[in-house]
Ligand binder design. Structure first.
Ligand SMILES: O=C([O-])CC(=O)C(=O)O
Ligand SMILES: [Mg+2]
Length: 220
């Protein structure tokens, strides 16, 4: 039986994994000229990549091109495995606003060579997150506007209504393969407009009236 009220306010400290979904907005699929995914395209990030507001994003010197990606994050409240889409939301304790920072220089090469995305997705400070947003504060996670600005200029504008795979689809799919545990975070994918940023930039993003985040960017 699902217990939604499990305390996951400290998901960043207590989580064991971050599960990312790639290419989950149709405008991204079109812009990149890739086939529409038939199933969620899933990757993992380490929890050492978390970053809280008040600390800078640090661009690793090994990367030449790192991009912002604003995303809805979904926090798991109850351990689950092989859950149906119908039951999936019972295992969600809440949400956050997140950035899935991505070293495009690394990922483009990895994609072409069929290699893993681990380093390009999992570097330190690559997952800035907001505070925990309790489940009951969000009427419907599929109606949330997302925006991102760099140095005050709007770069991304989207809405979770346009997710290809919705939150229950992702939870049900991932739980066929791996147990989802309390405090795990799911990054649901970014809308179109993701692009490179550089040291000295200021990145600001928001999700509906629920959360905003602002980060300074430093070189290593
Ligand atoms: O970085 C990428 O290419 C894929 C990804 O995470 C997204 O679409 O959100
Ligand atoms: Mg992403």
């Amino acid at each position: 039986m699902a217990v939604r009220n499990q305390d996951t306010a400290n998901f960043m400290r207590d989580g064991k994994k971050i599960v990312g979904v790639a290419l989950n907005y149709m405008d991204v699929v079109k812009a990149r000229n890739v086939p529409v995914p038939k199933e969620p395209l899933v990757f993992l990030k380490p929890t050492s990549s978390y970053l809280r507001e008040g600390h800078p994003i640090i661009l690793p010197k090994v990367f030449s091109k790192v991009a912002y990606e604003v995303e809805l994050g979904v926090v798991i409240g109850t351990r689950c495995k092989n859950v149906t889409k119908q039951d999936a939301m019972k295992y969600v304790s809440g949400y956050c606003l997140a950035l899935d920072l991505t070293a495009q220089c690394n990922l483009t090469a990895a994609r072409a060579a069929g290699q893993p995305w681990t380093l390009g997705k999992g570097f330190d400070t690559s997952t800035p997150v907001s505070k925990f947003i309790p489940f009951d504060d969000v009427d419907d996670p599929h109606t949330l506007p997302l925006w991102l600005k760099v140095n005050g200029e709007v770069k991304q504008k989207g809405c979770t209504a346009d997710l290809i795979f919705k939150v229950p689809d992702i939870i049900s799919y991932v739980s066929k393969f791996m147990t989802l545990e309390p405090n795990d975070l799911i990054l649901t994918g970014t809308p179109n407009g993701s692009d490179a940023f550089k040291a000295g930039d200021e990145i600001e993003c928001g999700m509906a009236e629920l959360a905003t985040l602002k980060f300074q960017v430093c070189g290593e």
